[in-house]
Design a protein around this ligand. Structure first.
Ligand code: NAD
Length: 248
């Protein structure tokens, strides 16, 4: 089977320690990229070993993407250690759910800082290098919740919708410099979170998914890889929904 190749490119992935970010890291390593992997928690040894076993270089950067100085450190370390930066994947994200009437300011501020301010800070730091190289691709993980909303997630939905407005604006700023900016908006993806749902909730969710199943981490990782790869070279400012048709 022909694989998508990003051979010889370097990529920064935030929140790469587990879940979707880890899946993206594994897919990128298989596709030939050297990787700078960030997470708030230490990157697991077996992930580092996997990337090396694919013949790729890997650097790990423990940092908090809600802090602008940490985002700058992630990008600068990646460029210093790997020599260049071709791809940035803004993946790190959190939820602090609650109905608006009971949502406190910290719930709002934390989610907006981790999910949205990080995309501003990491992208700004990365773009400096990409503009100089006249080449680059940024892919940020939004959510269908940022498109259709979700009760109990005003903060999360605002952050994910914010990523869309931010990325479309940046795509317009950087199109002439050969830098593409795209988004992936996952629906319900099999994860620790969706595994914890009770049977009734699962059935209710799946009733709204035309393809009838939850997505897999690989479904999201493949979409990110394709958007970052030369196969998507005429695509910028796009939101690719990976949601089984849920939000069409
Ligand atoms: P996850 O919680 O399994 O993984 C998120 C990773 O980000 C963790 O390793 C965590 O340590 C890291 N992280 C959290 N805060 C951080 C910080 N301040 N700095 C650096 N790293 C930090 O979540 P996931 O399900 O893999 O989600 C990944 C992305 O996909 C998120 O942006 C999420 O909003 C989005 N998403 C997920 C789903 C889903 O169904 N799982 C659906 C839509 C969108």
């Amino acid at each position: 089977m022909k694989r998508i190749s990003i051979e010889g490119q370097t990529a920064v992935i935030t929140g790469a320690g587990r879940g979707i970010g880890r899946g993206i890291a594994e897919e990128f390593a298989r596709a030939g990229a050297d990787l700078a992997l960030n997470d708030y928690n230490p990157i697991p040894d077996d992930l580092v070993e996997f990337v090396k076993s694919e013949g790729r270089r890997v650097v790990t950067i423990q940092a908090d993407v809600s802090k602008t100085s940490d985002c700058e450190r992630i990008i600068e370390t990646a460029v210093k250690e790997l020599g260049r930066l071709d791809i940035l994947v803004n993946n790190a994200g959190i939820t602090r759910d609650g109905l608006l009437m009971r949502m406190d300011e910290a719930q709002w501020d934390t989610v907006l800082a981790v999910n949205l301010k990080s995309v501003f800070a990491c992208s700004r730091a990365a773009v400096k290098h990409m503009v100089r190289a006249r080449k680059g691709a940024i892919v940020s993980i939004s959510s269908i919740v940022g498109i259709i909303g979700n009760a109990g997630q005003c903060n999360y939905a605002a952050s994910k919708a914010g990523i869309i407005g931010f990325s479309k604006s940046l795509a317009r700023e950087l199109g002439g410099r050969n830098i593409r900016v795209n988004m992936v908006a996952p629906g319900f993806i099999t994860s620790d979170m969706t595994n914890a749902l009770d049977e009734k909730t699962r059935e209710r969710v799946l009733a709204n998914v035309p393809l009838g199943t939850f997505g897999q981490i690989a479904d999201v990782a493949n979409a990110v890889l394709w958007l970052a790869s030369p196969l998507a070279s005429y695509i910028t400012g796009a939101v690719l929904q990976v949601d089984g048709g849920m939000a069409m």
